[in-house]
Design a protein around this ligand. Sequence first.
Ligand code: ZN
Length: 174
Amino acid sequence: VPDLLTHALAGYLVRAAPGGLRPGASRPGSRGALPRPVLWFVAATLLPDVAAQGLYTLPAIARRVFHLHPPAWMDNGAYVFHTPLAYALLCGFLTLLAPIGWRRRLFPALVGGGWLHLALDFLQRHLGPAPYHPLFPLSNWAWEAGWFWTETSLWAVPVLAAAALWVARRRPRL
Ligand SMILES: [Zn+2]
């Protein structure tokens, strides 16, 4: 994880870039379309970690709180949502839960935000033997670019936050 704030700010700026804005319900003739698509995209920049880490905690809760014994594979199973293809499948499932009018824009917003998250993650270098698996489940190939350490992205937060504030003041309806 380059920190989640960096992910969200980067997502906001990428989606708010000229040509990246897709007004939803506010545009005439698009009644029932996805409202605030930029916010969905930004929220999706957090989704790979939320899905992976959130599910990761379920076996731990089952053991500690309910004294159950879930199988060991569940501990790492949630990590699959931190790979691009499985994450896209998760987005497809979530999109099916949304109103029909939202789906055409919701799916690319969720996938785009999450893939931006994963792209930033793949650029980093982190401790531990196993880096990321960009092609899972097609291949177990493991890779990371190693351009910066996880915490290095924090240095970009002031610049990204200032840019996001500047954009938000100029285009408050995003
Ligand atoms: Zn991540």
